[in-house]
Design a binder for this molecule. Structure first.
Ligand code: GAL
Length: 814
């Protein structure tokens, strides 16, 4: 053997050996996922990479790790990666390889949910809209054209993942992969073709040889070895085939919002309860949907009418701040569950009824054991006897006893501090509060004249024409009315039936009506008075979509725009002329969008007579970044509806005039959660603050560009930073609780410190009649420090408890 050949063989075997060394083997049995021979407890959280910026990823992932997660889960969003057929994009926050490497660098596992249908409140459920334009295609069913596209994209992603060695057997972080998404929920509607489709999906998955298990969520008929998983607010009563582990891919930690909706909050007590219940009933993998929800930048929000923020009430808020007490309360739970890994995944489980709705569960393995006491009653607390001891278990809570004797955690007892976030201007001294505005009208002369790109005698469906490239589509036609026509009169009505979402009507070059943006119909008829000339009249209709539907069987075929109309002119004596089969001329998009007014140095912006109630208008302001490194937000109150950009980056659609209902849902964490419970923001705009990621900003000379569709005023737009304002903590005898301000900031003031029976919530506590004021004690222990620990028993020593179950409550400011 030549020396060279010898060297080559040596390096080759080294390469094989070293990659073999790093390789992680993933399998499973009926109990748990098995990683390198060890059954694992996996506590995962969803972070969708395009809902933040690549610059934010390391911090989000680190906070997830500190929060006790050992895995991160994400969908893959087809539409942003293949915006035009066979043209791919993995730049910026679309760089999935970088995202998974960031997860790997943090030492966490990853779960790859390819879909490629994802739902996710994402535009069109993640499908690129060009799919819809392919003749003969039917999505999510046994249709060759669709299957060919799905195979192509799925294979493309898997190859990309493999090339970057991201799968566990290659030494990468990915331990599981998902194909399709909750098809089981809609399968019935697709009949036999749906069943054939699922068989095809399974074959496709298997053929991709990824070396880690495949999962399908909400797919009861998924054949082994594919793992069927559960999604929902509670999955303790989910019982998959005994050969697969019990896994929960989506534990919804809150909910998303519609324009016009309230802020849903799922209490930390209830999230913790659902997780503890799941692990007490043989669950071994659980994923929070979402751990960080983030932002629907650009036009990525699903629909119709899903808002720009995707905060989701997640443990990390939209901007990446810890949401306390949720983050910390769950962190404590995770630490305990991880410490019980062995007994939970290999112990023998037994359960005993202790009272009505109260259960004691024991996992036993050799001489170790771990226990749970669950009180599933939504209103009654119980004191029960378990293993010879008495335990108090509040309603709707789970106590964990890692040694089967001592309760180290109860899901309903929060000892983590609550943090109330505030918005601060944080302007440099010489930086004025008000922005200085420039403006430009959207140039619509061409469309008012009826000029477009093609003409057909038909009212077309909107996304068929736009291919999703824009929210905006112009429909234009001419109508000749003669003086001698019996229908002729000067004052007529133009009646337009649209399948949504927004509609602006122009007649003979003038705006004559728009839908009422305060109502939110999917389909409606708009009637507007028009002045008709006894000759040729120009009709120009601008139809706007606000996110394409993302959920439901056949959701992809739901029509948008003036599809089929009818469009009618109603004249004298109600005589009606149907214009639906007139020659209609089309133009996709607005000129300003096409010419990227939001990122165009060549424009001559006007500074004279800034209009404030003007439809289809562009505004521009130059601003300095707020000081410091806290997340930046912009308040767009005053404006009505449109899209905003900072330095060319879209912040998403805005619609601050869209108000939430005047009543909020009452909150009691006890009992099954639903998104109408525990809501806030009643009578407020659904969203007035918009996230401006720090990486979009320079210190100075930043441009904010706003496109206003309905007519609003930019004069009250303001930037701010988001930071912790108020802290509150509650503790009982035996607890040591912590108060802590973020980023090394000191505790400024103790606003309330009480021992007894305080009522109210953080920010508005009230002292009970016999309670004891402990302010001076807490002040000396905490003020001026960045954090302090309070041993409740020591602090209240010498004080007789003013009432039964006395607690310490402290409120402080940072
Ligand atoms: C699930 C779906 C997710 C998301 C969630 C609601 O049904 O799988 O993608 O849409 O609902 O947030």
């Amino acid at each position: 053997m030549s020396f060279l050949l010898q060297r080559l063989l040596f390096s080759l075997s080294f390469l094989i050996f070293s990659s073999f060394c790093l390789a992680t083997e993933v399998s499973y049995d009926g109990r748990a996922l098995i990683i390198d021979g060890v059954r694992k407890v996996i506590i995962s959280g969803s972070i969708h990479y395009p809902r933040s910026t690549a610059e934010m990823w390391p911090d989000l992932i680190q906070k997830a790790k500190e929060g006790g997660l050992n895995a991160i889960e994400t969908y893959v969003f087809w539409d942003i990666h293949e915006p035009r057929r066979r043209e791919y994009d993995f730049e910026g926050n679309r760089d999935i390889v970088r995202f998974f490497k960031t997860i790997q660098d943090a030492g966490l596992y990853a779960i790859l949910r390819i879909g490629p249908y994802v739902c996710a409140e994402w535009n069109y459920g993640g499908f690129p809209v060009w799919l819809h334009q392919m003749p003969g295609i039917q999505l999510r069913t046994d249709n060759e054209i669709y299957e060919n596209e799905m195979r192509n994209f799925t294979t493309y992603i898997v190859n990309k993942i493999k090339e970057a060695n991201l799968l566990a057997p290659q030494g990468g972080p990915i331990i599981l992969a998902q194909i399709e998404n909750e098809y089981g929920n809609v399968e019935g509607a697709y009949g036999e073709a749906g069943k054939r489709y699922i068989k095809w999906v399974v074959q496709l998955a298997k053929s991709l040889n990824i070396g880690v298990p495949w999962i399908m969520c909400q797919q009861g008929d998924a054949p082994l070895p594919i793992i069927n998983t559960c999604n929902g607010y509670y999955c303790d009563d989910f019982y998959p085939d005994h050969k697969i582990p019990k896994m929960w891919t989506e534990n919804w930690v809150g909910w998303f919002k519609d324009w016009g909706g309230l802020d849903p909050h799922r209490p930390a007590e209830d999230v913790a309860y659902s997780v503890a219940r799941f692990f007490s009933k043989s669950g071994t993998l659980q994923n929070y949907y979402m751990y960080h929800g983030g932002t629907n930048f650009g036009r990525t929000a699903g629909g119709p009418y899903i808002v720009t923020t995707y905060d989701y009430d997640a443990p990390l808020d939209e901007y990446g701040n810890l949401r306390q007490p949720k983050w910390g309360h769950l962190k404590k739970l995770h630490e305990i569950l991880h410490s019980m890994e062995k007994v939970l995944t290999s112990g023998e489980r037994s359960s005993v009824k202790l009272a009505n709705g109260v259960w004691g569960t024991t996992y036993a393995l050799n001489d170790t054991s771990g226990c749970f006491i669950s009180n599933t009653d939504a209103s009654n607390d119980f004191t029960v006897s378990f293993g010879g001891n008495l335990y108090f278990v509040p309603a709707w809570s789970v106590s964990i006893l890692p040694d089967c004797k001592n309760v180290t955690y109860n899901t309903a007892r929060i000892t983590t501090q609550t943090e109330i976030m505030v918005k601060k201007p944080n302007r440099a001294e010489n930086d004025p509060e008000d922005l200085t505005w420039l403006w430009l009208p959207e140039d619509i002369e061409d469309t008012l004249d009826g000029r477009g790109t093609f003409t057909v005698p038909e009212l077309l469906e909107q996304k068929n024409v736009t291919g999703g490239a824009s929210d905006y589509l112009w429909y234009m036609t001419k109508v000749r009315v003669s003086k001698h026509d019996p229908m002729y009169t000067k004052h007529m009505t133009l009646r337009v039936h649209t399948k949504g979402h927004m509609l602006h009507v122009f007649f003979n070059g003038k705006h004559v009506g728009s839908n009422n943006p305060d109502t939110q119909d999917w389909e409606y008829t708009l009637e507007v008075p028009v002045i008709v000339k006894p000759s040729i009249n120009f009709i120009t209709l601008l139809s706007t979509t606000v996110g394409l539907t993302n959920y439901g069987d056949h959701f992809d075929t739901i029509p948008e725009g003036i599809a089929g109309g009818p469009v009618e002119l109603v004249g004298n004596g109600n005589l009606t002329r149907n214009l639906s089969t007139n020659p209609w001329t089309y133009k996709v998009d607005l000129n300003g969008m096409e010419k990227t007014y939001w990122d165009n140095d060549k424009l001559e912006w006007r500074y004279d007579g800034i209009p404030s109630r003007s439809r289809l208008t562009w505004y521009k302001a130059i601003f300095k970044a707020p000081l410091g490194d806290d997340p930046v937000v912009v308040n767009l109150r005053g404006l009505q509806k449109g899209e905003a950009w900072v330095n060319g980056n879209s912040l998403g659609r805005f619609w601050p005039t869209k108000m939430a209902p005047s009543e909020c849902g009452k909150c009691d964490y006890r009992g099954p959660y639903n998104p109408n419970k525990c809501t806030t923001g009643c009578g407020e705009p659904t969203q007035s603050w918009y996230h401006v990621p720090r990486s979009f900003l320079e210190a100075d000379g930043n441009s904010l560009i706003v496109f206003e569709e309905f007519g609003g005023s930019p004069f009250s737009v303001k930037f701010a930073t988001v930071t912790v304002g108020t802290l509150c903590v509650t503790g009982y005898h035996g607890d040591i609780v912590e108060l802590s301000c973020p980023k090394e900031r000191p505790i400024l003031n103790i606003e309330f410190a009480n021992y007894g029976n305080a009522t109210g919530t953080c920010g508005s506590y009230h002292k009970g009649a016999n309670d004891i004021d402990i302010s001076s004690l807490i002040e000396s222990a905490c003020v001026g420090k960045t954090s302090c620990h309070i041993d409740v028993s020591k602090t209240v020593i010498g004080h007789k408890p003013p009432c039964q179950g006395s607690k310490m409550v402290v409120q402080a400011s940072c």
